[in-house]
Design a protein around this ligand. Structure first.
Ligand code: NAP
Length: 247
């Protein structure tokens, strides 16, 4: 039995990395996937990869930090599908710098994509989900929200904020049949971590009790479980998927 059969699932930032792996996993589990991605090339590539297998996917361009772009995305989804069953707020960026060097523009940009983008998408998906009386919202946090990280004032502020918003929305939306949870990935091998020098990556992997970095599929599997009815009584949770980094 496919776990997400006929669910309309919107995944932001699904052109690459964890978002792409989640789109592929959800489509395999029977979902009709909307690849809500900034970059047309990678968004279309994920779409083709899923369609080639005879599964269902559609790329729609969006900048999650831009209100009118997000409104256009959900107007489009509302008109054509009439519902949204799952929203995965996955899109995220890094602009690392120590406090001493961090410019306000870098602070604002990361907050704008990683925090405001989550709010803008959830606001519109929440309207559709309330109308239908059901839905699942999944937010990308990070292990660094729990313990901070050198050079990541903006990123950690956003990821900790995502946990806060998850808890607020779990309380506000539960009565409408909507579950809201966050996933806090550890060190996952994607383009986001590809820029880190090999020596540091080895050191980071050594700190993980399971002694390896995670794969995007490890996070996709967690999203799939939380999106499915198997998780029907899980609401307001933050699931660490980090090989035991935070225990
Ligand atoms: P990634 O490989 O850098 O992919 C991020 C995706 O988001 C890209 O496809 C990117 O599009 C898209 N995106 C960026 N800004 C966007 C915007 N304004 N609107 C729409 N899409 C946008 O990142 P990842 O490693 O898969 O991470 C995915 C999520 O997990 C992020 O929220 C990240 O913070 C979180 N996370 C990752 C790790 C890790 O170790 N990798 C750990 C903890 C949490 P472009 O191709 O145009 O850039």
């Amino acid at each position: 039995m496919k776990r997400l059969k006929n669910k309309i699932a919107v995944i932001t930032g699904a052109g690459r990395g964890i978002g792409r792996a989640t789109a592929i996993k959800f489509a395999r589990e029977g979902a009709q996937v909307v690849i809500a991605e900034y970059d047309t090339g990678s968004g279309k590539a994920t779409e083709s990869e899923i369609l080639r297998k005879g599964q269902s996917a559609e790329f729609i361009a969006v900048d999650v930090s831009d209100e009118s772009s997000v409104n256009h995305l959900f107007d489009d989804i509302g008109n054509r599908y009439g519902r949204v069953d799952v929203l995965v707020n996955n899109a995220g960026i890094l602009q690392d710098s120590t406090l001493k060097k961090l410019e306000p523009e870098q602070f604002d940009r990361v907050i704008s994509v990683n925090l405001r983008g989550v709010y803008l998408c959830t606001r519109r998906a929440g309207d559709l989900m309330r109308e239908q009386g059901s839905g699942v919202i999944l937010n990308a946090s990070s292990v660094v929200a729990h313990y901070g990280n050198f050079g990541q004032t903006n990123y950690v502020a956003a990821k900790a904020g995502v946990i806060g918003m998850t808890k607020v929305w779990a309380r506000e939306l539960g009565k409408d049949g909507i579950r809201v949870n966050a996933v806090a990935p550890g060190f996952i091998a994607t383009d986001m971590t590809a820029g880190i020098p090999e020596k540091i990556l080895t050191m980071m992997a050594e700190k993980v009790p399971l002694k390896r970095m995670g794969d995007p599929e490890d996070i996709a599997n967690a999203y799939c479980f939380l999106a499915s009815d198997e998780a029907r009584y899980i609401n307001g949770a933050v699931l660490n998927v980090d090989g035991g980094v935070v225990v």
